[in-house]
Structures are given as structure tokens and as C-alpha cells.
Design a protein. Structure first.
Lengths: 221, 220
């Protein structure tokens, strides 16, 4: 291969987006998933107050990201993975997956937000701040689950395994996100806010670094 | 026999720790009462756990460097023993919390994050069970082990120190640091660290021997 790692990455991202645009399977599947989940919540408790709204929103986000990202590796069967293995550097492969999943989760987060607002009411005061937080949350969730999906894909595409591995790691991330998001519901001074953002950012950097270093070892089959 | 002296040392030190730990005079402060004696059992458990997880991650790294299955056996043995000590540390901690914080399981960040870290390591053990191919299991679990260790340190060491916690040694609560620990207690605490760590290494070597017997067709 003459092309650089960067070019390979861009090509792979394009390929993933193209596949998605042609099939639209993941997109509409997840869309239906979000709408039905939020609708069920609406049927059960109507319009919750802001604390429960926040909690439910992040739980919806969690399951959406698990479902959306598990698909990204499951659609690659063994033959296709072997084909990529002979073509591209493993780092550009995982980088492409990370970028594609970030894009996917950003769109999904916005859709989840719109669904939650329409079905569960709108307790948000500071909407732009909240959108910023869900973008950051979407990025963190997608980074983490991409790495875990890569591990689960090696272990016979076991989706239950992804839940076992992912949920404990997810917990602190979701706790940070939901407490950061609190500021968009009520006008309140949160003393440790910059520290929480710093934690979130450093966790993302840590996960990116680990995926880049460790994925080449996972890849060999 | 010469190389087994440290096992005798472990037994001696632990006998001293248990007898002295339960009988000697300690300062009685507020709600702590006699429960401060938990210090000799609770803190060393974490030191053992960190020792084991460090051994585990180092062996995982060595495995990825040379794909030697022996290293994987070492890493998995240390991981298992580490989880065992983690559960013991958690149990002794909750016992203390029951009497001083008034609740066995509070929403204290340190307690929560430690539980999370333990769950991650339990996931490591489950991941190992789920893959039947030995080489593949070794490779994938080594990758996850490094991932888990990289999360263990911020979860149990960095974040609890940044946020407010009921646990001694956090942001605004006094800790059992060298400055504010009673001298009498230090006489037992420091040997206890050594004794429990030696015991954990002993258990680890036994588990390694068992694992090697289990896989003796591969190791020859």
C-alpha cells in the first residue's frame, strides 16, 4: 500500500458512511429503538420532572450507544476482516471505526434529545449547554464502546460480553455526564464543574490512546 | 528449604498482626471506637490487590511482547487472586462503614468507584471463561487486562482524591497518613502491610502451580 495511514482512514470512514447510506439499516433500526423506548417511558410515567428526565435520558443514551456500536463490528464478517487485514494498517482501521462511531453517535444523541423533548416534555433551561454535554457524552460513549466492541468481536461476536465488560466502565462516565448535565436544568452554581470536564476529557484521551496501542494486538488472528 | 523463609516470615508477621491488632491499646476516637482495628486488615488488602493487579498487567504486557502462554497463566492467576483480595478489602471496608458511617453501602464515591473497579476485573475473569481457544483467550484477555489496569488507577486512586468523600484520606477528611496515625498503631500497621503482601504472593505462587499443572500438556 502506497497510501498513508491518514488517507486509508479517510477512505475507510467514507466506506462506512456509504454503506450506511445505502442500507440505512443501522440508522432506522436505532431510530425505531429510540422512539419506542421513549414512547414506552411516556406511557408509563407521562412527563417526569427534571431529575428523572435527566436520568432516563442518559439510560436511553447508554442503550442506544451499545446497540449502535455493537453493529459496527458485527457487520464485518471474518472474510471481510481478513481482506482489510491484507490492505490497511490496523491503526487506520480502528481510527476509522472511532471516527465513524463518533459521527453516528452525535446524530443519534440529537435524535434521542428531540424524541425525549417531544415525548417527555422539555425541562431544559440552557439548551445549548445541554447539547454540548450530550455531544461530549456521545463521543465518550462511542469511543469506549468501539474498543469494547472490537474485543467482543474477537470473542465470537458475543453481545452479552460487551454488556458485562462495558457497564462497569460506563458507570463512572454516566455519573459524571449526568452531574455535568444538571446545570442545564436549574440555575445552580456547581463548584467542581471544570474538574468534571477535565476528567471526561482525560478519560477520552486515555481510551483513544489505549485503542490505538492495543488494537493491533487484537487484530492478529 | 532456604528459599521458603519468607513463608515462615509471613506466618510470623500475621500471627503478630492478628494478636497485637486485636489486643493492643489504640486511641478511641468518637464513633470509630474499636472499629479502628479494621485498619490492620482493610488497608493491607488493597495493597495486596494492587500488588496482584500490577503483577497481572506486567505479565500481560510480557505476553503481548513475546506470545508466551506461560506469561498468560501468570497474568490470569494474579488477576484472580487480586479480585479475591479486592472483595476482602471491600468486605472489611463495608464492615467498618456499617458502624462509623451508619450504613453498609453508602453513595460514597470511593466505595462506588472501588466496586466499579472490581466489577471491571470480574469482567476480565468472565471474558477469559467465554473464549475457548487458548491462544485467542490469552491475547484478548491481555488486551482487556491492560485496559482494565489503565482504568483502575484513575478510578480508585485519582478520582476519589479529587472529590469529597467520607473515606479517610480524601479531599477534606483527615487520612491515616504518617502524620496523623497513632504511633502505637503504626507498630502493627506497617508489619501488617508486609505480612499480608507476603501471604498474597504465597497464594499467587500456589495458584500458578495449579494452572501450570492444568496446562502441563502445553508447557511440558
Amino acid at each position: 500500500m502506497k497510501s498513508t495511514v491518514l488517507q486509508q482512514t479517510i477512505t475507510l470512514v467514507k466506506k462506512d458512511i456509504l454503506l450506511e447510506l445505502r442500507q440505512k439499516y443501522a440508522f432506522y433500526g436505532i431510530l425505531l429503538y429510540i422512539v419506542s423506548t421513549v414512547f414506552v417511558i411516556n406511557l408509563m410515567i407521562g412527563k417526569p420532572d427534571e431529575k428523572i428526565w435527566n436520568a432516563l435520558f442518559w439510560v436511553v443514551q447508554l442503550f442506544v450507544s451499545v446497540n449502535a456500536i455493537a453493529k459496527s463490528f458485527m457487520q464485518e464478517n471474518r472474510g471481510r476482516l481478513l481482506y482489510f487485514y491484507s490492505l490497511v494498517h490496523p491503526r487506520s482501521f480502528i481510527a476509522a471505526k472511532l471516527i465513524y462511531n463518533i459521527l453516528l453517535m452525535s446524530i443519534m444523541s440529537l435524535i434521542a434529545l428531540i424524541c425525549c423533548i417531544t415525548f417527555l416534555g422539555n425541562p431544559i433551561i440552557n439548551i445549548w449547554y445541554f447539547i454540548g454535554v450530550i455531544m461530549l457524552g456521545g463521543i465518550s460513549l462511542s469511543l469506549l464502546f468501539t474498543m469494547l466492541a472490537a474485543i467482543a468481536a474477537q470473542a465470537n461476536q458475543n453481545a452479552a460480553l460487551m454488556a458485562i465488560m462495558g457497564f462497569p466502565i460506563m458507570l463512572p462516565l454516566l455519573m459524571i455526564l449526568s452531574s455535568v448535565a444538571k446545570s442545564s436544568f436549574i440555575i445552580v452554581y456547581q463548584p467542581g464543574l471544570p474538574k468534571l470536564f477535565l476528567m471526561l476529557g482525560s478519560m477520552d484521551v486515555l481510551i483513544i490512546a489505549l485503542s490505538m496501542v492495543l488494537f493491533p494486538f487484537l487484530w492478529k488472528d | 528449604m532456604a528459599k521458603h523463609w519468607w513463608k515462615a516470615l509471613a506466618v510470623l508477621i500475621l500471627t503478630y498482626t492478628i494478636i497485637a491488632g486485636f489486643t493492643h491499646k489504640i486511641p478511641i476516637i468518637g464513633t470509630n471506637g474499636q472499629s479502628s482495628r479494621g485498619l490492620y486488615f482493610h488497608v493491607p488488602m488493597w495493597i495486596c490487590m494492587y500488588t496482584m493487579f500490577t503483577i497481572s498487567v506486567v505479565n500481560s504486557l510480557r505476553f503481548l511482547a513475546g506470545y508466551d502462554l506461560r506469561k498468560d497463566a501468570l497474568a490470569s492467576a494474579a488477576g484472580g487472586v487480586g479480585v479475591f483480595y479486592g472483595v476482602l478489602g471491600f468486605a472489611t471496608g463495608t464492615l467498618w462503614a456499617t458502624y462509623t458511617w451508619g450504613s453498609t453501602f453508602t453513595s460514597d464515591p470511593k466505595q462506588m468507584l472501588t466496586a466499579v473497579a472490581l466489577l471491571i476485573y470480574m469482567a476480565y475473569l468472565v471474558l477469559r471463561m467465554s473464549i475457548s481457544d487458548i491462544d485467542k483467550r490469552a491475547r484478548i484477555s491481555a488486551v482487556f487486562n491492560i485496559f482494565a489496569f489503565a482504568l483502575l488507577i484513575p478510578l480508585t486512586y485519582i478520582i476519589p482524591r479529587m472529590v469529597d468523600s467520607l473515606h479517610p484520606g480524601s479531599a477534606s477528611t483527615p487520612g491515616f497518613a504518617s502524620k496523623d496515625t497513632d504511633n502505637n498503631m503504626k507498630m502493627v500497621l506497617y508489619p501488617a502491610f508486609l505480612g499480608w503482601t507476603l501471604l498474597s504472593v504465597w497464594i499467587y505462587t500456589l495458584v500458578v502451580r495449579y494452572k501450570k499443572l492444568e496446562l502441563k500438556n502445553i508447557f511440558k
